[in-house]
Design a protein around this ligand. Sequence first.
Ligand code: PNS
Length: 161
Amino acid sequence: MTKTVTAVYPGSFDPVTNGHLDLIERGSKIFHKLVVAVLRNQDKEPMFPVEERLTMLRETTASWSNVEVDSFNGLLADYARQKEARVILRGIRAVSDYEYELQMALMNRKLEPQVETVFMLPAEAYSYLSSRLVREVAQLGGSLRGLVPPAIEARLQKKFR
Ligand code: PNS
């Protein structure tokens, strides 16, 4: 058994929110290494290109020395194996997240039985927060104070100015 436990925290991060960062901070305290991994081959049209999402993640996670930011293509289970990760970390905000997360966790277990999905809860203050809502509020000119870091809010404002 490996002594160093690496966890992969996958997602779209379009853009990273304070909810994601809350989970990253919690994860970085539990696992020796946490790899935040942005999916490249996604069907949906993103707001920010992958490279910009990676930059935003690197900027906002720089203070945690055991957090690495990366991207991946293809199956998450294959990527986790390649990173020698024992854990896939996912956040669950509300019951509504559960069904999709359950399906994904069980499929990933079927594909790679050595990797365990671990769910963590973000702070209550972020339980309604999602990248989708952040994009919508930004597009319609609403304030995102407290929901994303100031540097991310500035990038969103620039996009819609
Ligand atoms: O932030 P998101 O959009 O909820 O993240 C979804 C993500 C990237 C974790 C998921 O779509 C994924 O892992 N995609 C990779 C392809 C894959 O492995 N599919 C089978 C998983 S059940």
